[in-house]
Design a binder for this molecule. Structure first.
Ligand code: FMN
Length: 357
């Protein structure tokens, strides 16, 4: 008999909570169960099929018949519990189509908005006590300012094809190792950490990577591709997901016809190599955020609209990217395409109109 490796135990008098952070289940144990579990942790061979507590612990998956292997993890248990414990969150019902999504999301928003927002506890200065700042000035040729002002999250796409040139521009300017910066080297930069992107990278490790989802790109077969920043190229890793992408992304079916997307992943092993403390885990997400924003600004400058999410079915996305059991983990998704510029899909707008009628 084995002890499930995905457990942590919380003391909660008078008993203990045994939390399976992979399956998202919790069991409250009283002293009898706690004592027996402590004995079995000490000596799993004491497992006795005639002992009702042992059988219940087995049925609760606290004990397992075969040994469960766990993937390598280079930081502490706390970050491992957090990472695995926030994956594959059970959802009562994932919307199966855009109408279900719109109804469910609207009901959720109405429920949230029916409760008061968190109070603002900081004392607010009177307007006349505040220091007024100058308005923003022009930035060079102003394309950056224009992209910043135009970027918006859109949830209504035409599905129109994108050109391979635009894809090359997007990937090079957001994820590529910039040739233009190759001469800009400094003696203080360690060998092997000299590659530079347009976004900053924790420790210069470029721990984040990108997987392209190409659904409608001229001269590029539909599929999932790994992007190689060293030589600015793609290699095919999989077909497009079945059923549609929105099913994988929290049932958000309004993006099913998005022509292009990017899954941003992080190579935790690269971070483990340089940073032992699990605080580096936070940095992976911060870096992904930088890359996501850069991608959105470049897409906006190309005249496209953008969408983003961190809500996805981790297990399915890992399988899609061929990363199962790997130290490289998907963190975020950002996509772009031609849009009518609407914040909401027409199905949601329709529901809102019905509500007002
Ligand atoms: C971390 C993060 C996660 C987000 N996740 C979603 C999402 O799952 N679905 C969605 O439609 N929008 C998502 N958004 C977009 C926000 O809803 C959007 O940024 C916000 O409403 C402000 O609108 P704007 O981006 O047009 O300025 C996300 C944004 C961020 C920064």
């Amino acid at each position: 008999m084995h002890i499930n490796p995905y457990l942590f135990i919380l003391p909660r008098s008078p008993g203990q909570i045994v939390w399976n952070y992979k399956n998202h289940t919790q069991h409250e144990l009283d002293l009898n169960y706690v004592s027996r579990l402590a004995q079995l942790i000490n000596k799993p061979d004491l497992f006795d099929t005639d002992n009702i507590i042992d059988i219940q612990l087995l049925n609760a998956d606290i004990l397992t018949v075969s040994k469960i292997d766990t993937p390598e993890w280079g930081w502490d248990e706390l970050s491992k519990i957090y990472h695995i414990g926030t994956q594959n969150i059970p959802c009562e019902h994932i919307p199966q189509n855009i109408h279900e999504w719109a109804r469910q999301y609207l009901a959720h928003c109405n429920e949230v908005l029916a409760t008061p927002p968190p109070a603002n506890d900081c004392p607010q200065l009177e307007p006349e006590q505040r220091i007024a700042l100058p308005a923003p000035c022009a930035l060079g040729n102003d394309s950056l300012k224009s992209a910043l002002l135009k970027r918006k999250t859109c949830r209504s796409y035409t599905g129109a094809a994108m050109t391979l040139n635009d894809v090359g521009t997007l990937l090079y300017l957001s994820l590529g190792y910039l040739h233009e910066r190759e001469q800009d080297c400094d003696d203080s930069i360690a060998t092997g950490l000299g590659a530079r992107r347009s976004s900053p990278s924790g420790g210069g490790l470029n721990a984040c990577e990108g997987f392209l989802l190409a659904r409608n790109v001229v001269d590029l077969e539909r599929g999932i591709y790994a992007y190689h920043p060293v030589d600015h190229s793609l290699s095919r890793v999989n077909s497009l997901p079945e059923p549609a992408l929105g099913q994988l992304l929290g049932g958000q079916h309004f993006i099913n016809n998005l022509p292009l997307g990017l899954f941003i992943t992080a190579r935790f092993d690269r971070l483990w190599w340089k940073y032992e403390h699990s605080r580096a885990y936070r940095m992976a997400f911060v870096e992904a955020g930088h890359l996501s924003q850069t991608f959105q600004l470049v897409a906006t400058a190309l005249g496209l609209n953008t969408w983003l999410t961190g809500a996805f079915a981790d297990r399915q996305v890992e399988a899609l990217l061929n990363l199962e059991g790997s130290a490289e983990q998907p963190l975020f998704f950002v996509g772009c395409g031609e849009s009518d510029g609407q914040v909401m899909c027409s199905e949601m707008r329709e529901l809102l109109r019905e509500g007002q009628a």
